[in-house]
Write a protein that binds this ligand. Structure first.
Ligand SMILES: [Cu+2]
Length: 583
């Protein structure tokens, strides 16, 4: 069957008022070679990652999804806040059955970089994902206006913000959930021994007790998965820009499986001006570390000699060190540029990170500090004691069992009725897995990462669906008080209730031996069954989730709508989704 490769959109360029924007996503399965190795993948309109969904604040977006794949799927709109009680399929809830089309009706109340992905099985890892860009409307004040640029330059910076390049960085798993990544284009050279010896593939040895504390049979592992490195010669992604544009913006999402990834561009510093879609007071750095699920928009001044510069994407964390490359290419004119076919990175020109993602000493490399950012315009969390304090213990009890409160959220059967449709189903779950609170409550969440005898914890990129929350801080040891407010009044180090970041992804501190804490605060404004979970997909698959039910008498269960699917009739306003893989 021939699949439509283009996506249809009604949003004509330059349309000022709210619009109805329509997209058709046809989901299928096929082979792709993003990194030079053939891999079975989910495809969206014939590609993976899927096409970018682009709309403007104030718009309504109808996304019609037709699943031609062999399994049920879900689509989660990562970071979207949908006002109103129950308009929005959320979490592991809405199964889109094969050949049963569903239409998502999304009201765009936010701006910035988001993404969509499956929340069922590990389909996200296997390609069922794509970027979203919600453009600011005419009333929105961009934080780029605070840079103090001359008027003509500010105009170009804002133009760049509205016309970003989409940069999806991800670790590309060739065996779902196995955590082993072949490394095309990697150097096959000496790797700094971060946790003891590593293989030529950059992997920790399979018997590394720190990373594999529950034993196993490493001798039975296919050597190709751990030891042998075979670079491929796939063309690199090239981002072509014109020097006369003066700036280029990238919407970066880590849409990967496991690895926090560092991104840097040779010779270039950049302004980070949004986090998880929301404006922040811009911060100028040249290296940014992005945990899975998180999004950042950066503005890169094209202030170097026109030429080709390497974009570096590196996994710094074990159990595998690896790097991937793309190219930022700018010329005095876009005429006479050769397109495609770039198979090796340009010569290094003042790189800030090495192959293993370490900031190169003496390079002037400045690493972005995500805990020091501030919302723009300034926004403080509600002050005073919270109405509800939720303490959640993050644990690992088995090689594949990662939990919140010691209980893995069970794998849902295919015919599970989503809690959004039947909230009473929550009574079938272990009470350690959920809580409820009144709408309007000020809610504090204290996460404690606890080592149970064996095994260290990486940073867990905890994603909270629906509303954002203030990331109040992190620290070592157990959280030092019964409540956040009590700890704040005791001047607890690392706790910020004055000007903390506002996020929907929260990276907990890693730990080898001790308990560490992280604290969030939000005000519940939307009656909804929602979820919080680790975005490392093997951890999520292992059960690391927690359900929150914002009860309200107004709660009325979500209803699915299905429509007759028709071929797309609008094929203008095509957005090409530039992407690169970090494999
Ligand atoms: Cu995790």
């Amino acid at each position: 069957m021939r699949l439509p490769v283009l996506l249809g959109a009604l949003c004509a360029a330059g349309m000022a008022s709210a619009a109805l924007v329509e997209y058709d996503l046809v989901i299928s399965q096929g082979n792709i070679k993003n990194d030079g190795q053939t891999k079975r993948s989910w495809l969206i309109n014939g590609q993976s990652p899927g096409p970018a969904i682009v709309a403007t604040k104030g718009d309504t977006v109808n996304v019609r999804v037709l699943n031609l794949g062999s399994e049920n799927i879900t689509i989660h709109w990562h970071g979207f806040f949908q006002p109103g009680p129950t308009v929005f399929p959320d979490s592991r809830s809405t199964l889109v059955c094969p050949l049963a089309p569903i239409t998502f009706h999304l009201r765009v109340t936010q701006t910035g970089a988001y993404w969509y992905h499956s929340h069922h099985h590990m389909q996200m890892v296997d390609g069922l994902q794509g970027p979203v860009f919600l453009k600011p409307d005419a009333q929105t004040v961009s934080s780029l206006t605070t840079l103090g640029l001359p008027e003509a330059d500010q105009k170009k910076a804002l133009h760049a913000e509205l016309h970003p390049r989409f940069l999806s960085v991800f670790d590309n798993q060739h065996k779902s959930g196995a955590g082993r990544l072949p490394g095309p284009r990697r150097d096959c050279v000496d790797i700094p021994p971060a946790v003891g010896k590593v293989t030529k593939r950059g992997c920790a040895l399979p018997d590394n007790a720190n990373l594999q504390p529950y034993g196993g049979k490493p001798s039975e592992v296919d050597p190709d998965l751990w030891f042998n490195c075979v670079p491929t010669s796939t063309p690199l992604e090239v981002f072509q820009v014109s020097a006369s544009e003066k700036f280029v913006a990238f919407n970066i999402v880590n849409s990967g499986t496991t690895w926090e990834l560092r991104v840097s561009i040779d010779s270039h510093s950049f302004w980070v001006f949004t986090a998880d879609g929301a404006y922040i007071s811009p911060v100028k750095v040249n290296v940014i570390s992005i945990p899975v699920g998180e999004r950042f928009q950066i503005l890169v001044p094209l202030d170097q000699s026109p030429g080709d510069y390497t974009i570096r994407v590196a996994a710094k964390a074990m159990p595998q060190l690896l790097s991937g490359y793309a190219v930022l290419s700018y010329k005095k004119s876009l005429l006479n540029i050769k397109l495609g076919g770039v198979t090796s990175a340009p010569p290094a020109k003042h790189p800030f990170i090495d192959y293993g993602g370490n900031v190169i000493s003496g390079s002037g490399g400045v690493l972005f500090n995500a805990m020091a950012i501030q919302p723009f315009p300034a926004q403080a969390p509600p002050s005073g004691p919270a109405d509800v304090t939720i303490r959640i213990s993050l644990q690992r009890s088995h090689a594949l069992t990662w939990t919140m409160n010691g209980v893995p959220l069970p794998t849902l059967p295919e015919q599970f009725t989503p809690l959004l449709i039947d909230p009473k189903g929550i009574s079938n779950l272990d009470p350690a897995l959920y809580t409820s609170f009144k709408n309007g409550s000020i809610v504090d969440i204290i996460l404690e990462t606890t080592v149970l005898g064996k095994g260290s914890h990486p940073a867990h990129p905890i994603h909270k669906h629906n509303t954002k929350a203030f990331f109040l801080g992190t620290g070592t040891g157990r959280f030092p008080a019964a409540t956040v407010w009590e700890a704040f009044q005791r001047n607890t180090t690392g706790l910020n209730l004055v000007n903390p970041p506002l996020r929907d992804d929260f990276n907990t501190p890693p730990t080898k031996e001790n308990t560490n804490w992280a604290a969030l605060r939000f005000q519940s404004v939307n009656p909804m069954v929602t979820i919080m979970h680790c975005h490392i997909d093997p951890h999520l698959a292992g059960g690391m989730s927690f359900i929150m039910w914002r009860a309200s008498r107004r709660y009325s269960p979500f209803r699915l709508t299905t429509r007759t699917f028709t071929e797309p009739t609008h094929t203008h306003s095509l957005f090409l989704s530039n992407r690169t893989s970090s494999d």
